[in-house]
Design a protein around this ligand. Structure first.
Ligand SMILES: CC(=O)SCCNC(=O)CCNC(=O)[C@H](O)C(C)(C)COP(=O)(O)OP(=O)(O)OC[C@H]1O[C@@H](n2cnc3c(N)ncnc32)[C@H](O)[C@@H]1OP(=O)(O)O
Length: 167
């Protein structure tokens, strides 16, 4: 496999991220994101690049003072199982630690992958009731999935809620 690098996303990467995301959205593995939402979240993203092509991406979304979410993580099919997913998550963890976060959430079908990275399955309540009620106002689809609201449950069927405590 050719060398790859992990770097912060730039606006010119967004249409490529959108294209990588599309087949996974169709298979209901990842949540669909409009281009306008992706451009607005560009600073959340890191990308993996090889030979000038995008081969993966992942994002860190801050939810609360101590809590963030790994989201929109994917590696292009022809580059799977070469450690790129791990490298993307490790970079997002570094960002999380720099921001002062101590807990990282994810909602995923890829439980083996996330378990190897130190995430463990969790129950429903990982924030205090007052934080829960304030998060209800976020208007963010991913946060609504985190809160397990009834209207997003069809999107999250079969996914596992996982959490990692950062050092
Ligand atoms: C929070 C979210 O965004 S959830 C959505 C997660 N993304 C998806 O489901 C999209 C589809 N899946 C993917 O794009 C990829 O499978 C990813 C991103 C989950 C993993 O990417 P990869 O680059 O293949 O992972 P990577 O090669 O870094 O694997 C890391 C480790 O997990 C292991 N692993 C990866 N996938 C699997 C698997 N399906 N079964 C068992 N072990 C696995 C690897 O052997 C490796 O172990 P090691 O580091 O101890 O050697």
């Amino acid at each position: 496999m050719s060398e790859y690098s992990i770097r912060p996303a730039r606006t010119a990467d967004i249409s490529g991220i959108h294209a990588l995301l599309e087949p996974l959205v169709e298979r209901r593995i990842l949540l669909g994101k409009d281009l306008a939402v992706l451009y607005g979240a560009v600073q959340e993203f890191v990308v993996a690049e090889a030979d000038g092509e995008l081969i993966g991406c992942g994002a860190l979304h801050v939810m609360w003072e101590d809590l963030g979410e790994v989201r929109t993580l994917l590696v292009r099919e022809d580059h799977l199982h070469h450690g790129i997913g791990r490298a993307l998550v490790e970079e997002l963890e570094r960002r999380a630690e720099d921001l002062g976060l101590t807990r990282l959430f994810c909602l995923t079908f890829e439980t083996v992958f996330f378990t190897r990275l130190g995430f463990t399955p969790i129950g429903e309540h990982v924030v205090a009731p007052d934080v829960y009620s304030q998060l209800l106002r976020s208007g963010d689809a991913g946060v609504e999935e985190f809160l397990d609201l009834a209207h997003v449950k069809p999107n999250t069927l079969g996914n596992t809620r996982m959490l990692k405590h950062l050092n």
